[in-house]
Design a protein around this ligand. Structure first.
Ligand SMILES: NC(=O)C1=CN([C@@H]2O[C@H](COP(=O)(O)OP(=O)(O)OC[C@H]3O[C@@H](n4cnc5c(N)ncnc54)[C@H](OP(=O)(O)O)[C@@H]3O)[C@@H](O)[C@H]2O)[C@@H](O)CC1
Ligand SMILES: Nc1ncnc2c1ncn2[C@@H]1O[C@H](COP(=O)(O)OP(=O)(O)O)[C@@H](O)[C@H]1O
Ligand SMILES: [K+]
Length: 513
């Protein structure tokens, strides 16, 4: 897209309004369906060649998703596939009904019952698209459940039927697709954790939506955008100026660890190292100092007096000396006084783990009026403690947006798809990641990494947060590709950060020549 929005993820309502503009401008509805479904049919032929594919069963719903499916059935039939159609609905929208009539007249078999679909090797799901608003029930729900049980390859058109386009919720039940072709613009569900198990491999088919129409509908609101490699490249303060020195490349203070949780401090330090930060100081309980020195020889270790149980009691340093502070991993709830002190300082702060749990005890108002940016990085459990009134919401995108607004902070909600909201209402999503990161310690790396970028670009706190989260996910993906999903421990993940950064920097940038 060239409208300055980058890639965005839209709601069903936004998609409908964009579509309406296109129709109003004169594009016939049937022509748009022909374009979109034609692309689906071509991709199916590429991915499932006729010679190696048995018969194809096409599930047709009552709306235009069903119309798309009928166009696909027709095109596959012309391409020589054996195609059968199952449409368990009496009333179809006009355009869909017309396609159904033509497909019947071509001699394509319409199955009365679902049983014969078992003989197909590929199923096309055109039951419901973004028009689905209520739960699947009765015979349709039974059909979906039975088909899922067969374990066949299923290609969903636009979105797996039964998935809510915006929230990704399962409405009653939903098709578990092998592959989903999202039509035109990414729908939000493609980035909602709830929907991930249903989507299979995902691909967007771009059938030529004028950017001006997208901008007219989405541009003036607060769009949900996807963090891309090229945007990360543009945000990172790299390459560095030739004339620089370590104090110009940011001085980050990490506050982390306790006698009980020493590893969190090391991993946060390794994450910060991955940002290339100029100077790194790490405040830890005094008994952890030798350990930290041995793992992070370049860091200045501030040994802090300890409480009886080995938490940081106080930090013997002027906190305003540092460019930014990242605080939380492994602290335990005993470090409350330390977190209170950090929140008083006019410096950008990243708060994670026990830093967040302590903030939940103090009350979220504590960060509302901070003069410098606060970045909160909760996983869903920490989010619930911080924003209990929002946690009933099923929509991770909207709940992150609301949390950011309420706290006047940048809120990064961790998960399979990480969501970042800022106090202006904008939301950014990390579009891909790997379950290899679902492992203790991955989050500690992220805290240090975001802190490291934040201190190098304090005036662009949202971008620093988004770049950190993007590179963290990419490092996980690259590490898992080489070492399997079982091989991505925290230290390994930290080592792959440089690969992820290199990959982002290698993206071609015509504007930078
Ligand atoms: N984006 C684009 O530009 C393009 C979009 N295109 C395609 O159009 C699709 C959207 O089409 P759509 O609006 O007709 O809605 P769709 O998803 O087919 O379903 C709505 C139908 O289902 C019914 N229904 C709903 N819930 C139900 C339930 N639980 N149980 C039973 N029935 C239920 C509902 O009936 P009603 O609520 O009126 O009773 C209505 O009839 C989109 O996903 C894409 O594939 C392309 O062709 C061209 C380019
Ligand atoms: N299924 C998953 N897919 C992708 N990323 C995941 C998944 N599960 C967890 N992650 C990522 O791993 C990290 C875990 O962080 P966190 O829960 O704080 O763990 P810890 O505190 O043990 O390090 C987060 O960045 C999160 O987004
Ligand atoms: K569908």
């Amino acid at each position: 897209m060239t409208i300055g929005l980058g890639e965005i993820a839209v709601t069903a309502d936004e998609m409908r309004r964009v579509e309406e503009r296109i129709f109003l401008a004169g594009m016939p509805v049937a022509a748009l369906m022909e374009k979109a479904a034609g692309m689906v049919a071509r991709r199916i032929q590429e991915l499932y060649p006729r010679v190696s594919t048995g018969s194809v069963g096409v599930l047709v719903g009552p709306g235009h998703n069903g119309g798309d499916a009928l166009v696909v059935a027709r095109e596959l039939h012309f391409a020589g596939y054996r195609v059968v159609v199952h449409c368990p609905f009496d009333r179809l929208k006009d355009l869909t009904a017309q396609h159904a009539q033509y497909v019947k007249n071509l001699g394509i078999e319409f199955l009365e019952t679902r049983e014969p679909l078992r003989d197909c090797s590929l199923l096309i799901d055109g039951l419901f698209g973004f028009g689905l608003e209520r739960a699947l029930t009765g015979k349709i729900a039974e059909l979906v459940d039975e088909i899922n049980g067969w374990g066949k390859s299923i290609v969903s058109i636009d979105i797996p039927s039964g998935i809510h386009t915006d929230t990704g919720e399962v409405l009653g039940t939903a098709i578990i697709a092998t592959r989903s072709f999202c039509l035109g613009l990414w729908k939000r569900a493609f980035f909602q954790d709830n929907a991930l198990p249903y989507l299979g491999a995902v691909e967007k088919l771009d059938f030529g939506i004028p950017p001006a129409d997208v901008a007219a509908i989405v541009g003036n609101s607060s769009p949900v955008s996807l963090v891309s490699r090229s945007s990360v490249r543009d945000w990172l303060p790299l390459p560095r100026p030739l004339l620089t020195h370590k104090y110009r490349q940011g001085h980050l203070l990490l506050i982390c660890g306790s006698r009980r949780y020493a590893g969190g401090a090391i991993l946060s330090g390794l994450g910060a190292r991955g940002s290339g930060v100029g100077m790194l100081s790490i405040a830890v309980p005094t008994s952890l100092k030798p350990l930290l020195v041995s793992h992070l020889p370049e860091a200045l270790i501030i040994d802090c007096p300890e409480t009886e149980t080995g938490a940081i009691a106080d930090i013997p340093a002027d906190l305003s000396f540092y460019g930014a502070i990242a605080c939380g991993p492994g602290l335990t709830l005993e470090a409350r006084a330390v977190v209170e002190r950090v929140l008083e300082i006019d410096r950008p702060v990243v708060l994670d783990a026990d830093g967040l749990n302590i903030l939940a005890e103090l009350g979220i108002e504590r960060v509302l009026n901070r003069r410098e940016e606060t970045v909160l990085t909760p996983h869903s459990g920490e989010f619930k403690r911080l924003f209990p009134e929002l946690s009933e919401n099923k929509d991770r995108i909207e709940m992150t947006r609301e949390a950011a607004r309420k706290s006047g902070s940048i809120v990064l909600l961790k998960g399979a798809r990480t969501v970042i909201g800022d106090s202006t209402g904008k939301v950014r999503i990390i579009p891909e990641s790997t379950p290899a990161l679902a492992r203790g310690g991955s989050g500690d790396i992220l805290t240090g990494l975001i802190g490291g970028w934040l201190v190098q670009m304090p005036e662009k706190a949202v971008e620093a947060t988004a770049a950190g989260a993007y590179l963290h996910a990419r490092a996980g993906i690259l590490a898992a590709e080489e070492r399997t999903e079982a091989g991505v421990d925290g230290v390994t993940l930290a080592n792959y950060l440089a690969n992820a950064t290199g990959e982002a920097l290698a993206t071609v940038s015509p504007s930078r020549e």
